[in-house]
Design a protein around this ligand. Structure first.
Ligand code: SF4
Length: 680
């Protein structure tokens, strides 16, 4: 016999000797993993047993589950079954079963003052809350289900009379056809937790798309849906199905209905009925059980089937059947590492997982990840298989609480320790700024980066790192309750050094770069060439005379520069910024010659003459003797700074950057012209 999971199903092979056929025969038995107690029933049964163990007088309001064996056992242990709260003895605890009850029943118990063991399944209680809230808000409730079922009766009892129960899509369709078009109330639709998923889908299809305000609450319990889909899958691949559960259990009857659509099926309450079944032509037998069927009854059925077969003597291939079955119903304890399959993600971020046990596995949102910025949907999706650690087992609630975060943290801690040992550069997002530094989370491990290790200047705000992906190394590995310590600065320094080495490898005079102006001084601008700074001297910033670099560039400007000079030993780089084609003397040379008459602007006055700008960057001197056709004692008697005057270029000395210009030459020419005119 082997024991392995397939489609959430436990799988056995029985080998027995068929005396009629005189040969060993293999019978495959598969038990649906979802067979038996669901979370809600398990919880209810445990709550009653716990009260009985504490020797409390207990009365159950109706049989606590649809299973006579369990009910008999509870009665033997002192529980009474009552049909109405009026039968309660004073001080007796009243257990409300997982189906729940009407609001009026709670009110009656409160009036009597008896203690309540409220085992209403939380999924059912959610429906009570929905219908109570909706009816209080004036909505009309539509309930998919069986009106005679106690769960539906309980739901009705929270609806304040505004309800309609429908069995299937046909009844629902009729309801809407008969509903007046001006029906103004909002319609809220819920379903009995054990309602058939397929019929529910059909019902949703017949909902009118307009005219009415309809809100749909999918309240079918996932345990029921899972049990039903497991039963369908198992029946489809079996020759015969055995469905175990009370004859009055509606969910067991539904499982039987689903199974018999696919193969020959039997509905039995316990192993005693096995004799009545014809399994002679079945090589593949599937077993499932209703939500009220205890594990021991399922075990008993399987054991009895084994006994009824002529088992061959023990061989190496023969398998310990009891052990395999026990594993099916295994119990978990705190600290166990398990694999779980994600079944659903609740709106509050809680994740329901199947960990191969009867209890419901839940991972609270806070136990999913250490990274507070991540949502459950970012971390897992339905169907994922994830590693988990058990942090709490509650038999009373039938819940196993698990943590993914703690598994990840341990794996993350191992990785962080290794990264420290190997000096590996890690990458993560800065999640928050804390006192004295920032936090990043790497593989679930919190890493504190002190402000001094962020690489930011002292005066900078740490907030600018928030949300940024940063590279860092681990300085201190995480220890018990202490987070790891990391350094961004170490990495940025390393990167700078690497960039510097790369720069010096390729740097040569004349090579051009694009760089950002990082700072200005009175003698030049420092430009970042990508990890290394070079300086553009003030004289290199402009062809014109400037007093400060800020007249030409600002911090943050991106400049195209080239290397003018290099000193690798002193790690000094002189940069050029001016371009030859922008040199005003070159422009002057190309466009002007002796004899040209131009308009120039007086820019300064000295004792020996006045300087006038011919083009920007090129000034010419009007010597005092060239200002007028007479003797000039004082330059200011003829021109003032700012005057625009006509001058003639009379001398060009490009080597010494000297231009001589004259106003007098033009006056002489004018006189000549005048004389010529007079003669004329
Ligand atoms: S079937 Fe679902 S709703 Fe019903 S008792 Fe079980 S867990 Fe609760």
């Amino acid at each position: 016999m082997t024991n392995r999971k397939k489609y959430g199903i436990i799988y056995y092979i029985l080998i027995f000797f068929d005396f009629q056929r005189k040969k060993a025969v293999f019978i495959k038995i598969k038990v649906a993993e979802s067979a038996g107690f669901c979370f809600g029933v398990n919880r209810a049964v445990n709550m009653v047993y716990k009260a009985l163990e504490q020797h409390k007088p207990v009365a159950t309001l109706g049989p606590i589950i649809h299973n006579q064996d369990v009910v008999n056992d509870m009665q033997r242990k002192g529980a009474r079954i009552i049909q109405d709260v009026s039968e309660l003895h004073p001080g007796e605890s009243v257990a409300i079963r997982s189906h729940g009850v009407e609001k009026a029943v709670y009110d009656k118990i409160a009036a009597l003052g008896n203690p309540v063991i409220d085992a209403t399944c939380p999924f059912v209680r959610r429906i009570h809350k929905i219908v109570a809230d909706e009816t209080s808000a004036g909505s009309f409730i539509l309930i998919a289900g069986d009106e005679t079922h106690p769960e539906v009766q309980g739901i009705i009892g929270h609806c304040q009379q505004n309800y309609f129960v429908f069995r299937d899509e046909t009844v629902l369709k009729d309801f809407f056809q008969n509903l007046e078009k001006n029906f103004s109330k909002k319609l809220a639709i819920v379903a009995q937790t054990t309602y058939n998923n397929i019929i529910w889908g059909e019902c949703l299809k017949v909902l009118p798309e307009k005219d009415f305000n309809i809100v749909v609450y999918d309240t079918i319990c996932s345990a029921t849906a899972q049990r039903q889909s497991d039963a369908a899958a198992l029946a489809a691949e079996s020759d015969c199905m055995i469905v175990i559960g009370g004859k009055h259990s509606s969910n067991t009857v539904k499982l039987y209905d689903i199974s018999r659509r696919h193969c020959k099926s039997y509905h039995i309450e316990n192993a005693d009925e096995l004799d009545t079944l014809d399994l002679s032509d079945a090589d593949k037998i599937g077993i499932t059980a209703g939500a009220s069927t205890p594990a021991h009854i399922i075990k008993e059925v399987i054991f009895t089937m084994e006994e009824n077969l002529n088992k061959v003597p023990e061989t190496e291939e023969d398998i310990d059947f009891a052990q395999a079955i026990d594993e099916t119903f295994k119990k978990l304890k705190n600290g166990d590492r398990v694999k779980g399959t994600v079944m659903s993600i609740a709106s509050n971020g809680e994740v329901i997982v199947d960990v191969g046990v009867k209890q419901t596995g839940t991972v609270p949102s806070g136990e999913l990840s250490s990274d507070p910025t991540k949502k459950a949907e970012d971390i897992v999706k339905v169907g994922d298989e994830i590693d988990l650690i058990v942090i709490k087992v509650s038999d009373q609630d039938g819940i196993v609480t698990l943590s993914k975060k703690r598994v990840d943290e341990q794996a993350g801690v191992d990785k962080v320790i290794k990264a420290k040992e190997e000096g590996t550069i890690l990458e993560a997002v800065v999640t928050n700024v804390v006192k004295g530094g920032v936090n990043v989370y790497y593989e679930g491990v919190r890493i504190f980066i002190p402000a001094s290790q962020t690489g930011l200047p002292r005066e900078a705000s740490l907030d600018e790192l928030k949300g940024q992906t940063v590279k860092f190394v681990i300085l201190e590995a995480p220890e018990r309750k202490k987070s790891a310590v990391g350094s961004i600065r170490f990495v940025s320094r390393q990167e700078k050094e690497a960039a510097k080495a790369e720069f010096w490898k390729n740097a040569e005079i004349g090579k051009e770069y694009e760089g950002e102006v990082k700072s200005l001084t009175s003698y030049g601008a420092f430009v970042d060439l990508g990890g290394i700074d070079g300086m553009v001297h003030i004289s290199e910033l402009s062809w014109n005379r400037i007093k400060h670099p800020s007249q030409v560039v600002s911090v943050g400007d991106v400049l195209k520069v080239y290397i003018k000079d290099l000193d690798p030993d002193k790690q000094r780089i002189s940069l050029g910024y001016k371009k030859a084609e922008d040199n005003p003397w070159e422009q002057f040379k190309a466009n002007y010659e002796i004899g040209d008459v131009v308009t120039a602007k007086i820019v300064s006055i000295t004792s020996f003459g006045a300087f006038a700008q011919i083009i920007e960057g090129v000034d010419g001197l009007i010597h005092i003797s060239q200002l007028a056709d007479r003797r000039v004692e004082n330059v200011k008697d003829v021109v003032s700074v700012g005057d625009e005057v006509q001058v003639k270029i009379i001398g060009i000395d490009l080597d010494n950057k000297r231009i001589s210009i004259s106003m007098r030459e033009l006056l002489d020419a004018a006189d000549d012209d005048a004389e010529y005119d007079d003669e004329d």
